[in-house]
Design a binder for this molecule. Sequence first.
Ligand code: URA
Length: 232
Amino acid sequence: MRLDKYLSDMGCGTRSEIKKNIRAGRVTVDEKTIRDAGFSVQEEEEIRYLGELVRYEEFSYYMMNKPQGVISASEDRKMKTVIDLIDEEHRRKDLFPVGRLDRDTEGLLLITNDGQLAHRLLSPKKHVDKEYFAKVRGCVNDEDVKRFKEGVTIDGEYTCLPAELTILESGETSEVRVIIREGKFHQIKKMFEALGKEVLFLKRLRMGSLVLDPALPPGGYRRLTEEEVGEL
Ligand code: URA
């Protein structure tokens, strides 16, 4: 692979910044300064950019605690995206969020460049669990739990797969946990709407085996551990 492509794929900066630094003699390959951006490199060589070792990583995996107000997309002309929240040093060009959370939904979002994993997690046939915490206007009751279990009809036509609803607090506003096994557009909001209730706050806590790290503040992210990647 070309040296400039290698460094850009590993998120070292824009192609033009990288080329400038290569020309300026700030990049070494096996301890030799290389000033040619098109120089051919191999994964096993020791490549240093501004003195830092840059290891080759085919796939990158990050968990983000998505904050409200940003969209789950890779780029957008007007709005801030979750990829804009990734530091430049980690922001390789092929990163994308796995699935979508609404702009006003918070919580767990997997960000990766591993298309096959994303496909498996999102495939409607796989029924991967997605667990949410929600605050809902209205008194959530046992009848609602039963309706979720039987499958709520949304948009007047689609009957959702059985979902688990757990009441944490019930009152004028209620707090609940919900587990769904599919990912229709605005699904949880629509499920409550079908029961005459309104979701006021929604946060995803888990997707399959991947649990949101409670130490991550909104907008924070971290690499997945090898164990987390293996389990996914
Ligand atoms: N259900 C919703 O209504 N919104 C989300 O962002 C995720 C699930």
